[in-house]
Design a protein around this ligand. Structure first.
Ligand code: SF4
Length: 95
């Protein structure tokens, strides 16, 4: 459909949460690298946030499995990234 905004298209997706088994974890850190800090701004699903202490945390619900955070922190090794178990995670739809 022409003229549809990206937010409306993303709303077509659904996400099945695997409770207690997040597929992406941020390793414990005192201060995030520039790369990890950047994820707060560049994750398209807004999964990363900066805490009051200046560390970065993730809530992986809504993750689109784009792999951006995995690539950006490849050198720093600050996150642990796996695909969700079968049947969980994002369910793409075409609206
Ligand atoms: S894989 Fe993509 S959508 Fe998921 S947390 Fe990483 S950057 Fe965000």
């Amino acid at each position: 459909m022409s003229g549809t905004k990206i937010e409306e298209k993303l709303f077509q997706n659904r996400y099945l949460v695997d409770a207690g088994r997040p597929h992406i974890k941020v390793r414990a850190h005192d201060a995030p690298s520039e790369e990890l800090r950047a994820l707060v701004d560049i994750c398209p699903a807004g999964c990363y946030t900066e805490t009051d202490k200046g560390t970065v945390e993730i809530v992986a619900d809504g993750c689109m499995e784009c792999g951006t955070c995995r690539i950006v922190t490849q050198e720093t090794g600050e996150i642990e990234w796996n695909y969700p178990r079968g049947g969980y995670g994002v369910l793409f739809k075409f609206g």
